[in-house]
Design a protein around this ligand. Structure first.
Ligand code: H2U
Ligand code: ZN
Length: 345
């Protein structure tokens, strides 16, 4: 029997993490018995007097936000990592290991407008966000080995506030996900002589079947090994870029453009403000040689088949490995076919 990847169950390998995932394309026609939630109506004001992120409002702890007009960065009032904690290593037993960790957490408001999302912001305003991200890497990268920039969007993702914002958590440790990517990319470079994601972007640009949107400098693809139904990855397509601050002016403009293209399609997929967790991965900020790295962003959206039906990583996925029904190619095809104009305009 010939192997038909659109019909036969198979496993796909994620070269960035070393994980495998189960793909079951024959199940895409099975009846849906999951939970259906009621979508929340979205009539937000441009300024909400009760929002702790809006300009001029008071935050927890009593600090007042400035009357900002573009992006606004402030220290997280409930930081998960703190600057002045002991750098101890404790191991009363080899099975009980802990180490102190240091760093800081910040919040980035993307816009003074409470009613917008990145997808609906203007290109010049999205560019401000790109520059703010790069600045945070430069600033915090001086003292922190890993600076994680991320956005947690939508209440299904546990985001507490719809005001467009992201976060930065920076620390002296290399966390699990980037540590896996660091090792995998290093091994790939040693074995093949090219950075893994530079080679991958070339492959995707040639094959085209997983490309969602693209421009002169960037490619947005549903990775071959995607776990989430509409997961995507943003990759530079022209050259190797180690970190966000290394992007040229033209590359930042192009990034602004591709973010808009991707996020508008995301919103248009189920005609809702599309929830996701996204974040940037680039070379760690230490003295080591990082020639194996290529800057990239991951978008992990939980929605599966409507504005309310989401995928859960449970059961087999918690105990064995991640699984999907819709193939990465089918997901890319759906996203690619969506209008480039936002459904709300
Ligand atoms: P979400 O993006 O997950 O909704 O989190 C918003 C962050 O804002 C969260 O990390 C912080 C929380 O600690 N925050 C403040 O720093 N000050 C506040 O007044 C409320 C929330
Ligand atoms: Zn607000």
């Amino acid at each position: 029997m010939d192997f038909i990847p659109t019909e036969h169950p198979h496993r796909r390998y994620n070269p960035l993490t070393g994980d495998w995932l189960l793909v079951s394309p024959h199940r895409t026609k099975r009846p849906w018995l999951g939970k259906v939630e009621t979508p929340t109506a979205d009539h937000r004001p441009a300024h909400d007097p009760k929002c702790y992120l809006c300009p001029g409002n008071q935050r927890a702890g009593g600090i007042t936000n400035s009357v900002y007009t573009s992006t606004f960065v402030f220290p997280n009032d409930f930081s998960a990592i703190l600057p002045d904690t002991p750098a101890a290593t404790v191991s009363p037993h080899p099975l009980l290991r802990a180490e102190g960790t240091r760093g800081e957490c910040r919040v980035i408001c993307f816009s003074p407008r409470h009613d917008l999302t990145l997808a609906e912001m203007s290109l010049p305003d999205i560019r401000q966000v790109v520059d703010a991200w790069a600045e945070q890497i430069t600033e915090l990268g001086r003292t922190c080995r890993w600076v994680q920039i991320f956005e947690n969007k939508g209440d299904v993702m546990g985001c507490s506030n719809p005001h467009p914002h992201g976060q930065v958590w920076a620390g002296n440790a290399l966390p699990n996900e980037p540590a896996k990517e660091d090792r995998q990319q290093q091994a790939w470079l040693v074995e093949r002589g090219t950075p893994l994601l530079v080679e991958y972007a070339q492959l995707e640009a040639e094959q085209r079947e997983r490309v969602v949107v693209e421009n002169a400098h960037w490619l947005a693809v549903v990775p071959y090994w995607a776990v989430w139904p509409f997961e995507t990855m943003l990759l530079p397509r022209r050259r190797q870029v180690l970190r966000l601050p290394d992007l040229t002016d033209a590359e930042r403009d192009a990034l602004t453009d591709i973010l808009k293209q991707l996020l508008v399609r995301y919103d248009n997929l189920f005609q809702c403000p599309f929830p996701y967790s996204m974040g940037w991965h680039g070379a760690p900020n230490d003295e080591a040689d990082h020639r194996q790295w290529q800057l990239h962003a991951h978008f992990y959206p939980p929605l599966l088949r409507s504005a309310t039906v989401k995928k859960f990583l449970v059961g087999y996925e918690m105990l064995a490995e991640a699984q999907r029904d819709l193939t990465a190619e089918q997901a890319a095809d759906r996203l690619r076919g969506l209008p480039e104009k936002h459904y709300r305009t």
